[in-house]
Design a protein around this ligand. Structure first.
Ligand SMILES: *Cc1c(COP(=O)(O)O)cnc(C)c1O
Length: 351
């Protein structure tokens, strides 16, 4: 009954998330989830949000969560915006900050949700090629634009751009907003959030889905100048006043406060990543330097799609993109030590 649709819906090409298979016992290394559960304090906090409180609407401004994020990052709550996962935060950013005449710039190889938001919000964009070794070169972005966005570390490459290069970009691009999507920053990078206190054109997003293991709760945030935050609040309050439910807010607060658990689990992932990189290299893979909870690897002698299919047959799922420049790579999430071992031993039979 598509004749009832608004006209633009006919041409929408929505984002396709990584598969969430129904089969049990799979080694699931395809969507960069954290192999360790959330902090035990998160589970306690959720239990305390009892049934009587669920009768009531949540705090539309999620004050407690903003405070917990502000405390962690040593900023003011006026610098913080929260949303239903950072995907929603990014959606509001595109809508509120990127609809300008010059094109938005982002890398040719990057988070594939960005062009989807551009289509939804009718934002003109240009992609900027990564260098031949898959790095972001800041000089390529120093030209007329309506905004700049990329993840740091980038996805799906895992490659990190140094903080002083981000500062150089922000300093030399004062006519539009630079958004750094730090979904993976806790696995090996240094956050640009402190720079938001000096540069009113810098906005940094983070998520609790990966490093705080709350993908199922949908909590993300942005940090920047209060004027940027106000634009996001205006759009959000014109769309959904209560994007975070009571359980998500309680869980988010507890996750931000349990720093010891957070550090410990991130460190375990980093240690495992180093072992996976070594294991893959021993099998002949070329692995891009990763600062994330995944690695991006290719084998000079084996087709990536066939390797992914071979892994799947043995119950291991990884992500393969059929996109120019990267169609011979596999993106492999770091799992528990036994999952990683299983991955490497199946690959050993395939190459
Ligand atoms: C996972 C991811 C997100 C989205 O995270 P959610 O908070 O779960 O919506 C955003 N950006 C990048 C680059 C990601 O990989």
């Amino acid at each position: 009954m598509s004749r009832y649709w608004s006209a633009f819906v006919h041409n929408l090409e929505p984002y396709v998330p990584g598969e969430q298979p129904k089969l049990a016992n799979l080694v699931k290394l395809n969507t960069n989830e954290n192999p360790y559960g959330p902090s035990p304090r998160v589970l306690e906090a959720i239990q305390q949000e009892n049934c009587d409180r669920l009768r009531l609407y949540p705090d539309p401004a999620s004050h407690e969560l903003k405070q917990a994020i502000a405390d962690y990052h040593k900023v003011n709550t006026a610098n913080v915006f929260v949303g239903n996962g950072s995907d929603e935060v990014l959606g509001h950013i595109f809508h509120a900050l990127f609809q300008h005449a010059p094109p938005l710039l982002f890398p040719d190889i990057t988070y594939s949700f960005y062009p989807v938001y551009c289509q939804l919000y009718k934002i003109d964009y240009q992609t900027v090629p990564l260098t031949p070794d898959f790095q972001i070169n800041v000089d390529d972005y120093l030209r007329d634009n309506g905004g700049i966005i990329f993840p740091n570390p980038n996805a799906p490459t895992g490659c990190l751009l140094a903080l002083d290069e981000i500062e150089r970009l922000v300093k030399n691009n004062t006519d539009s907003v630079v958004v750094i999507d730090e979904a993976y920053i806790d696995f090996g990078g240094e956050t640009a959030i402190p720079l938001t206190q000096r540069y009113p054109n810098l906005l940094v997003t983070q998520t609790l889905s990966k490093s705080r293991s709350l993908a199922g709760m949908r909590v993300g945030f942005a940090v920047g100048h209060p004027d940027l935050i106000e634009a996001l609040v205006r759009v959000k309050d014109s769309f959904n006043s209560y994007p975070l439910d009571r359980l998500a807010e309680a869980a988010g607060v507890a996750a931000m406060k349990d720093r010891a658990y957070f550090r410990q689990t991130c460190d375990k992932v980093i240690e495992s990543r180093n072992k996976v990189v070594t294991g893959l290299q021993e099998l002949g893979f070329e692995v891009l330097p990763s600062a994330a909870n995944f690695v991006f690897a290719r084998h000079p002698d084996y087709n990536a799609a066939e390797l992914a299919a071979g892994l799947r047959k043995e119950g291991v799922i990884v992500r393969h993109f059929t996109k120019r420049r990267i169609d011979q790579f596999l993106r492999i999430t770091i799992g528990t030590p036994s999952e990683n071992q299983h991955l490497l031993s199946v690959l050993d039979t395939l190459v």
